[in-house]
Design a protein around this ligand. Structure first.
Ligand SMILES: NC(=O)c1ccc[n+]([C@@H]2O[C@H](COP(=O)([O-])OP(=O)(O)OC[C@H]3O[C@@H](n4cnc5c(N)ncnc54)[C@H](O)[C@@H]3O)[C@@H](O)[C@H]2O)c1
Length: 252
């Protein structure tokens, strides 16, 4: 499905990003450029991808730092000579789940917005000028919290609403050049971000899992499957879309 294609994945050290990278490799990706702030994690992911025959580069990139992002994407293009797709996955939960709009901490607000929203913008700004035209494809990871507010996590919800706005705008700007840009919106998925939040008492996996129509949490591979489909040419008439992958969490 991805033969001869070169793709980037941010947040590739764990969870949905790792599952996406490994699935892209399984589906035949020629080149994978993986980044994250967690070096050990990306090296582990790279090993898993190489087992499927992909050529892999890794780099420590903080997506909230524009110079990191520009330099990484520039090096990827120099190394592989092309860029066909991008999964912009990296994100943080932010906050401690107790703040209200009246008590938002500027540092936490800025950090969350810088990583979750500016990070996606920096990535797309670097990727879109060089991505294959026609045929390039980008998938940004938002959240079901990008559809409705999340009390006590306003920074997170705001950042994820913003990712949908960025996605739709980019889809409109680059559609006529044959580039597709979509967003996926996971619901409760069993990854580090979720488990860290649970440890802080922000949410409970039994309660959240029980609230989905399927009565369970999702697995990162289940999100990666949809993400990779949207990245692939199989989704050739899908752009500007935001798809929930949430076991029906946002439906009822
Ligand atoms: N797990 C869920 O329930 C859930 C639900 C909705 C949306 N999401 C979104 O899915 C995406 C992936 O999260 P996940 O669930 O796989 O969690 P995760 O914690 O396993 O993965 C997030 C990755 O992002 C990396 N990261 C954090 N800050 C970074 C930065 N500044 N620069 C680069 N990398 C950074 C982390 O090191 C980690 O590897 C996030 O954008 C998250 O908001 C997750």
């Amino acid at each position: 499905m991805f033969k001869r294609k070169v793709l980037t994945v941010t947040g590739a050290a764990s969870g949905i990003g790792r599952s996406t990278a490994v699935r892209l490799a399984k589906l035949g990706a020629h080149g994978l450029a993986l980044s994250d702030v967690n070096e050990k994690g990306i090296l582990e992911t790279a090993k898993l991808c190489e087992e499927h025959g992909s050529s892999v580069t890794t780099r420590v990139v903080n997506v909230s730092k524009v110079d990191d992002v520009n330099s990484w994407i520039g090096k990827v293009y120099k190394h592989f000579g092309r860029l066909d797709g991008a999964a912009n996955v990296a994100g943080v939960a932010g906050g401690d789940g107790t703040t209200t709009i009246a008590t938002i901490d500027d540092r936490d607000w800025n950090r969350t917005l810088n990583i979750n929203l500016n990070g996606v913008m920096y990535c797309m700004r670097a990727q879109l000028p060089i991505i294959t035209k026609p045929g390039g494809s980008i998938v940004n990871v938002s959240s079901t919290s990008g559809l409705r507010g999340l009390p006590h996590s306003a920074a997170y919800a705001t950042s994820k609403f913003g990712v949908i706005g960025l996605t739709e705008s980019a889809a409109g700007e680059f559609g006529r050049e044959g580039v597709r840009v979509n967003a996926i919106l996971p619901g409760p998925v069993d990854t580090a971000i979720f488990r860290d939040g649970e440890a802080k008492g922000l949410f409970d996996s039994k309660v959240m899992g029980g609230t989905t129509l399927l009565g369970r949490m999702g697995h990162p591979d289940e999100v990666a499957k949809v993400l990779c489909f949207m990245l692939s040419d199989e989704a050739s008439f899908v752009t500007g879309a935001h798809w929930t992958v949430d076991g029906g969490y946002s439906s009822c």
